[in-house]
Design a protein around this ligand. Sequence first.
Ligand SMILES: Nc1nc(=O)c2c([nH]1)NC[C@@H]1CN(c3ccc(C(=O)N[C@@H](CCC(=O)O)C(=O)O)cc3)CN21
Ligand SMILES: CC(C)C(=O)C(=O)O
Ligand SMILES: [Mg+2]
Length: 264
Amino acid sequence: MKVTVNTLHKKARDGEKVVMLTCYDASFAQVMDEAGVDVLLVGDSLGTVLQGADSTLPVTLDEMVYHTRLVARGAKNALVLADLPFGSYQESREQAFASAARLMQAGAHMVKLEGGAYMAETTRFLVERGIPVCAHIGLTPQSVNTMGGYRVQGKTDEDAARLLDDAKALADAGASLVLMECMPAELARRVTETVSVPTIGIGAGLDVSGQVLVVYDMLGIYPGKKAKFVKDFMAGADSIAGAIKAYADAVRAKTFPAAEHIFS
Ligand SMILES: Nc1nc(=O)c2c([nH]1)NC[C@@H]1CN(c3ccc(C(=O)N[C@@H](CCC(=O)O)C(=O)O)cc3)CN21
Ligand SMILES: CC(C)C(=O)C(=O)O
Ligand SMILES: [Mg+2]
């Protein structure tokens, strides 16, 4: 069965976790689709894991269009979500629409953009014109240079209150999903119970509607040290398909993330 925005909302209502992984090509898309992964995120993390850059900032819209086309060819049932890359949407809502339209024409079913309440107007502009939007708050890697590094966000009461307001503003503007990266579990829980749309976490604890990881990370392919929120599902699996199935099972069984993967 094709996964749609409605499927994701129904899962969230029924308490069934949404399973998301990043995906950059057709072969992985086929494996993930067959393993029952609900959403394939064509992430701008491809800048770090495919291209070897030290951030997502160098990734271009042309590159995202290319990888979205590859993933869309391999995905039969999964929903294809594509990141708007740095510089392709922040200038104006018109710029955002033109960029998002290219991703949709390449086969995306939804686009993701990073930022807080200040992106609400852009979100509404896209949604009103037929482009579903996933909001991305918390640790927003495209802002690494202003955030002063890849750090957990929302640790002070003031930052937590702002992130809760951001989530509300973006959901009110019509976002179909709210993705939260590297936030204390308690704050992610509060956001999830406040907004009426499904939430997806990466380093945001268990009390969210679904989970996402970078596929290379969950297959144990990362240079340097493993981030706290990552689990290597290749350990103990006998194939890549098996590792991806183990991840999907663990997310649905709520055994991933475990305490050791969660920020407090
Ligand atoms: N392979 C890969 N995985 C990712 O999750 C990812 C990328 N690349 N590229 C883009 C961003 C960068 N991301 C990152 C990178 C590092 C940390 C990190 O080192 N986090 C620390 C926590 C720091 C703190 O305590 O504030 C950790 O221990 O996990 C987090 C997110 C997430 N995204
Ligand atoms: C880590 C996820 C949320 C992402 O935005 C990406 O892979 O680019
Ligand atoms: Mg991204």
